[in-house]
Design a binder for this molecule. Structure first.
Ligand code: GAR
Length: 204
């Protein structure tokens, strides 16, 4: 049995979900895993600063410095392998991973998405765009989903979901913040703990 699953968090932006994971590790909500590495595809992602402040190793891999998507992913895999990563958490990572990548880590990659899948998900639905689409449709309830990552964008098995009400006068920014606070920052750490516990109890 592994002591703790080694976690890598892949990010592209502000990293509030990364912060929720770091805080959950400190408070003991995440006890079966430890964040060992943060990988960003943006050199100016504030998530990198959050990681550094918490003493977590970081790596930046830029698509424009790679000849192909395959090379980009191979560089990420190299970092993950070197750090002996068991569980990969996509926390605002704005790249779609190929089948070759996801097949390598079956039930070991999870993603947080800011809607109740299967609504407002798949290619083109990311970040604020998801909330713009939810408001344009006029839904009264939205939320967040944590799911396993496979070759289909936002198509892997659902692990956890949490609903959040849409309120009169919401802007995409206001709704995004409410979904983060009331759903994402709660279910992402809980789902991460769940997956890490499974991995250490059944490491095959
Ligand atoms: C979060 O709302 C996350 O759910 C979303 O981007 C935001 C990143 O914020 N991810 C997607 O839309 C992926 N399809 P953060 O960098 O502050 O965690």
């Amino acid at each position: 049995m592994l002591n703790k699953a080694k976690i890598a968090v892949l990010v592209s932006g502000g990293g509030t979900n990364l912060q929720a994971l770091i805080d959950a590790q400190k408070s003991g909500i995440i006890k079966s895993g430890e964040i060992k590495l943060v990988v960003s595809n943006k050199s100016d992602a504030y998530a990198l600063t959050r990681a550094e402040k918490s003493g977590i190793k970081t790596a930046v891999i830029l698509k424009k410095e790679c000849a192909s998507k395959e090379e980009f992913e191979n560089k990420i895999i190299e970092k993950l392998t070197k750090a002996e990563i068991d569980v990969i958490v996509l926390a605002g990572f704005m790249c779609i991973l190929s089948e070759k990548f996801t097949y390598r880590y079956p039930k070991r990659i999870i993603n947080v998405h800011p809607s109740l899948i299967p609504s407002f998900c798949g290619e083109g639905f990311y970040g604020l765009k998801v909330h713009e689409a939810a408001l344009a449709y006029g839904v009264k309830v939205t939320g967040a989903t944590v799911h396993y990552v496979n070759e289909i964008a936002d198509g892997g098995e659902i692990i956890m979901q949490k609903a959040v009400e849409v309120e009169e006068g919401d802007t995409p920014e206001i709704l995004q913040r409410r979904v983060m606070e009331n759903a994402e920052w709660i279910i992402l750490p809980e789902a991460t703990e769940k997956v890490c516990a499974q991995v250490i109890n059944n490491p095959s």
